[in-house]
Write a new protein. Structure first.
Length: 250
C-alpha cells in the first residue's frame, strides 16, 4: 500500500528519487503526495529526467553534501533553486584514517563507523537539520532533499521529517530501507573504490542499526525526540501545526 508504483521515480540519472507522500501521519492524515521527495545527487540527470522533474513542478533542492562533493557534481536542473546545507562526509575521513593502520578493515568495523557518523548527525550537524526545517516551514514545495547517495544524511533528515509529521517508527524504517532496493552506484565508481567487497557492500547500503544509532544519540543528548525537535530543530507547537498544515492532507 505505502510502496506504491508512484513512490519511486525510476530516473536514469538518479536511481534513488522517491516521494515521501502517502504515509499515515498525525491523526491518520496522510503525508501529501508530490510535495517532498528524497534522492541521490542531481548531477547526472538526463534530458528526460529533467522533463519528469519539470512535470512535478519541482521548485527547490536541499543539498546536504559537503563542499567538495557538491562542486564535483553540481545539480544540472537549472529550473530549481538549490539550497546548500553542507554536512561533510565524516565517515570517509574516518575510513581513510582507519585504512592507514596496519590492520585490515572489516565489514563489522565499517558498520560501526557508519553508526558513529549517524551519531555525529545529532552531535555535530544539528544546525544543518535545523536550517532544513526552517526552509520546510516556508513555501519551497514541491522540493527534494538529497546528498550524494541519498541514503545517510538524506535518510536521517527524512526520518526526522516523517517523525515530525507523526508517521510511525515502523513506516519510517520501511521508507529508510527502500534505499537498498533502489539505489544503484555507478559501476565505474564502484570499481574505483579500493576496498574489500564486503566493506563496499556496507558503504553503499543502509542498515536499521545506522538510523537507530542516530536516535540513540537524540535520546542520550536531548532526553527525547520531542525535546530534540523543539530544542535542537526549533519545532515547537506553532511550527508543528504549520508543518502539519503544509505537508499533511486535510
Amino acid at each position: 500500500m505505502f510502496d506504491s508504483p508512484t513512490r519511486h521515480l525510476a530516473l536514469t540519472g538518479a536511481s534513488n528519487f522517491r516521494d515521501l507522500g502517502g504515509y499515515p501521519g498525525r491523526d491518520g492524515r496522510l503525508v501529501r503526495w508530490r510535495r517532498m521527495f528524497r534522492s541521490n545527487h542531481l548531477g547526472d540527470l538526463t534530458a528526460q529526467d529533467i522533463d519528469v522533474l519539470r512535470g512535478l513542478g519541482l521548485k527547490s533542492a536541499f543539498d546536504l553534501r559537503g563542499a567538495d562533493e557538491r562542486l564535483a557534481s553540481m545539480c544540472c536542473f537549472d529550473a530549481i533553486t538549490v539550497h546548500s546545507l553542507p554536512i561533510e562526509p565524516a565517515v570517509l575521513v574516518a575510513l581513510k584514517t582507519r585504512l592507514l593502520s596496519a590492520e585490515p578493515l572489516t565489514a563489522a568495523e565499517t558498520a560501526e563507523l557508519m553508526r558513529d557518523s549517524y551519531r555525529d548527525y545529532v552531535r555535530r550537524n544539528t544546525p544543518a537539520f535545523r536550517a532544513l526545517f526552517a526552509h520546510l516551514l516556508e513555501d519551497h514545495a514541491p522540493l527534494v532533499i538529497h546528498c550524494t547517495a541519498g541514503k545517510d544524511r538524506t535518510g536521517f533528515a527524512c526520518a526526522l521529517i516523517l517523525n515530525a509529521l507523526g508517521v510511525s517508527e515502523d513506516l519510517i524504517v520501511e521508507d529508510y530501507l527502500l534505499t537498498n532496493r533502489h539505489y544503484r552506484i555507478d559501476p565505474a565508481t564502484a570499481r574505483s573504490i579500493e576496498l574489500p567487497d564486503d566493506v563496499k557492500a556496507v558503504l553503499v547500503s543502509v542498515e536499521e542499526s545506522f538510523l537507530a544509532a542516530a536516535f540513540e544519540a537524540v535520546h542520550a543528548d536531548y532526553g527525547s525526540l520531542d525535546a530534540y525537535l523543539a530544542d535542537g530543530l526549533g519545532i515547537g507547537a506553532r511550527e508543528q501545526a504549520a508543518l502539519d498544515r503544509r505537508y499533511l492532507e486535510s
